[in-house]
Write a protein that binds this ligand. Structure first.
Ligand code: NAD
Length: 420
């Protein structure tokens, strides 16, 4: 494919799909990896992550041919549009990419570019690991008990963008359909109204839960928890739970049991080689994250619950500056930190690049570069444990050294060289 809005690097080659059935990749020693630095603090954390990931790749005998892509304000300045087609196509074609945060205006203006990217590329699982790094200040007593991975459905739910603005013909049409045709009369208040739709499909649910179960099986986890508010939203969130359990019976009968089966057939004692799939109501789950942290390992949930839950879990292990993420489709990965573009700190060389760096670890693991990923994690942990940290962590610990974004990246690179 040729591009007008992207420069193809003069070294490296493309990652290809070795087996479309399993999603197994063929990764060259110097893969071309697209990177979007992003808006706001993306200009700080993007280059810092690139530097650290380069060091870890080189220390393990590889290199990365970065392909700079543009989205958000950088794309607007250069190409006059927020999300050029070439950006989307280049990520699709190269299969593994990383991005920094992109700004979305609240209430008006264009729709979220992050949501648009996830939908255009059908990146249906947003995966957010929350694990504790030694030395990170935390608001809870035992942050080391948190070692959980959240699989958040990325394409459906109230985030699907099927909504109508108050005062438009569209919203009046939908309102009269709801009231007159569907019989929900007297249920909507008079006056200006905004309406959104919450689609949850069997297809969307099953492919998300499948990713969560496959991850749990491949990584020796004991449980997968379906998180929903099905007691209230029976036909959407309740259906998510039911389809999740149905999938266990259909495809994982020999390796997984449901919580009901655990009690009915095994008296509450799961056999060693069986994964247990259970479910929790979302509001209870937010409590349990704090009170029974170590009981939860892999979470599968819908878009909105997943957004809230993974931010709350992230706060327990050090906050937004630390929390990594990645979006997965079939044969496609786009890693990105959980945090946004924090515009007030943009360009100040101040914020914590850890979340973007650890998102790079997820990208490396997707390539099968587990050794490089482990090196990134260990080097970050060493740097933080020594008290050399950015302002967000520095203000919470005693006696540390405050580093800028770029100094912190240098400190991690130094440790990569020491550890390798
Ligand atoms: P935000 O994550 O940008 O910032 C909230 C606060 O968290 C900041 O003020 C800062 O105190 C702290 N913070 C965030 N990242 C940090 C880091 N790396 N180091 C240290 N502290 C950090 O959230 P927001 O203010 O709600 O959103 C700002 C913009 O980002 C909005 O336009 C929003 O739509 C967008 N956003 C984008 C993404 C994404 O690209 N995936 C995700 C969330 C928000």
């Amino acid at each position: 494919m040729s591009y007008d809005q992207v420069t193809v690097p003069d070294k490296g080659s493309k990652i290809t799909l070795a087996d479309p059935k399993t999603g197994e990749l063929d990764v060259p020693d110097t893969p071309i990896i697209p990177i979007i630095h992003g808006d706001g603090i993306g200009t700080d954390v993007g280059p810092a992550a690139q530097q650290v990931l380069d060091a870890a790749a080189e220390a393990t005998g590889r290199s990365v041919a970065w392909m700079r892509l543009y989205a958000g304000s950088s794309a607007r300045e250069t190409y006059g549009e927020n999300l050029p087609d070439d950006t989307v196509n280049a990520i699709r074609e190269h299969r593994a990419a990383i991005k920094g945060p992109l700004t979305t205006p609240v209430g008006s203006g264009f729709r979220s570019l992050n949501v648009a990217l996830r939908q255009k590329l059908d990146l249906y699982a947003n995966v957010r690991p929350t694990y504790y790094l030694d030395g990170v200040p935390s608001p809870v007593k035992n942050p080391e008990e948190m070692n959980m991975v959240t699989f958040r459905e990325n394409t459906e739910d109230v985030y699907a963008g099927i909504e109508w603005e108050a005062g438009t013909d569209g919203v009046e049409e939908v309102k009269s359909f709801i009231e007159d045709d569907m019989g929900y009369n007297e249920m909507l208040h008079d006056g200006p109204i905004g309406i959104g739709i919450k689609p949850i499909t069997e297809f969307g649910t099953k492919r998300l839960v499948r990713q969560a179960i496959d991850y749990a099986l491949a990584n020796d986890r004991d449980t997968v928890t379906l998180v929903h508010k099905g007691n209230i939203m029976k036909f959407t969130e309740g259906a998510f739970r039911d389809w999740g359990y149905e999938l266990v019976e259909e495809e994982y009968d020999d390796v997984a049991i449901t919580e009901d089966e655990l009690w009915e057939e095994y008296d509450g004692e799961a056999p060693d080689d069986m994964l247990v799939v259970n479910d929790r109501i979302a509001d209870n789950m937010l409590q349990q994250l704090l009170t029974r942290t170590d009981e939860y390992e892999v979470i599968a949930t819908m878009n909105l619950n997943g957004d809230y839950m993974s931010d709350a879990a992230g706060a327990q292990i050090g906050g937004l500056g630390i929390a990594p993420g990645a979006n997965f489709g079939d044969g496609l990965c786009l890693a990105e930190p959980v945090h946004g573009s924090a515009p007030k700190y943009a360009g100040e060389d101040k914020v914590n690049p850890t979340a973007m760096i650890l998102s790079g670890r997820l990208l490396f693991e997707y390539l099968g570069w587990d050794d490089a990923g482990a090196l990134v994690r260990d080097a970050v942990e060493d740097a933080i444990a020594s008290g050399e940290v950015t302002y967000d962590l520095h203000r919470q610990i005693e006696g540390g050294t405050k580093l800028s974004t770029s100094e912190f990246a240098d400190a991690i690179v130094e440790r990569i060289h020491d550890l390798a």
